[in-house]
Design a protein around this ligand. Structure first.
Ligand SMILES: NC(=O)c1ccc[n+]([C@@H]2O[C@H](COP(=O)([O-])OP(=O)(O)OC[C@H]3O[C@@H](n4cnc5c(N)ncnc54)[C@H](OP(=O)(O)O)[C@@H]3O)[C@@H](O)[C@H]2O)c1
Length: 266
């Protein structure tokens, strides 16, 4: 007899058809490795077709690669059409793909915002738009979207990234309510720092950073319970949530020392 967690996983994942975006590296790749051990049929997407095919071959017949750029509406539609043609249904979408770039005070540039919003936010909207008609026909449909603890409150240099993640969190919350009469579950994932190629570029301390494998394990477990907000690691995400309730003046005073003084370099 398996543990409660294992039984929940078995109930949720067995025979489920799941589309996962952003699966070529980082959290997405770790999630693909974890989910293909559960008995689900996984379809993975990202732009790097070579990496994706290699991963799908390694993971075996429970994994199929469909390269796609999720920031382009038509490529989301084409990916979903391929899934439906091949498997006849779609039960869960995990919209994980995302990018990051920082905003510098001496180079406040709208092109950074356009790129990040188009990929992180509009990419998710396109993914939902393309799959919703099929999710409506599924037995226990589930929409899962990747946000971040950066969504809870504005962080210095994260004006574009944080805004995209806050927009995602708000959009998914609204969608969850809107879809209640259709019994479609909606989960939002808010990780703290996870070691991936995305955070390897960061030039600052990342408290309580965890591995992509630990993140994938937590997400896979909590999805099985249709958890609405999957936030981790708790030792980081709970304090961040509490801080997000502070009045603006207190919050600014608290964050002041994290703002790097680059004036002299400018
Ligand atoms: N790492 C963290 O600490 C952390 C914390 C909170 C939230 N997150 C979020 O978690 C998600 C995964 O991030 P990660 O840290 O694992 O970063 P990562 O290793 O850079 O992975 C990002 C993934 O998204 C894909 N991607 C990017 N743009 C795409 C596009 N236009 N179309 C399709 N796929 C695209 C990338 O593949 P291709 O380049 O091959 O397309 C890659 O597979 C992101 O949404 C990120 O914002 C990460």
């Amino acid at each position: 007899m398996g543990s409660k967690k294992e039984l929940a996983r078995q109930r949720y994942y067995n025979q489920r058809v799941i589309w996962l975006t952003g699966a070529s590296t980082g959290i997405g790749e770790a999630l693909a490795r974890e989910i293909t051990t559960t008995g689900a049929q996984l379809i993975i997407s990202a732009r790097d077709a070579q990496k994706l095919e290699k991963l799908s071959r390694e993971l075996g017949q429970n994994c199929m690669a469909i390269p796609a750029d999720i920031s382009i509406k038509e490529q989301n539609i084409a990916a979903i059409e391929t899934i439906i043609k091949r498997f006849g249904r779609l039960d869960t979408i995990i919209l994980n793909a995302g990018i990051n770039a920082y905003v510098e005070r001496h180079d406040f540039n709208s092109s950074v915002f356009e790129k990040i919003i188009q990929t992180n936010f509009m990419g998710m909207v396109y993914g939902i738009e393309a799959s919703l008609p099929y999710l409506k026909q599924a037995k226990h449909p589930h929409i899962v979207g990747m946000s971040s603890t950066a969504a809870y409150r504005g962080l210095p240099r994260a004006e574009a990234y944080g805004a995209s993640k806050a927009a995602i969190k708000n959009m998914l919350e609204a969608l969850r309510l809107n879809l209640l009469p259709l019994d479609i579950s909606v989960s939002v994932i808010c990780p703290g720092f996870v070691k991936t190629p995305l955070t390897d570029k960061n030039d600052f301390d990342m408290p309580f950073k965890i591995s992509a494998e630990e993140a994938a394990d937590t997400i896979t477990d909590q999805m099985a319970y249709y958890k609405q907000e999957i936030h981790f690691p708790k030792r980081f995400s709970i304090p961040i949530k509490l801080v997000s309730f502070l009045p603006s003046e207190w919050y600014t005073a608290l964050l002041k020392r994290t703002v790097r003084n680059t004036e002299k370099q400018a």
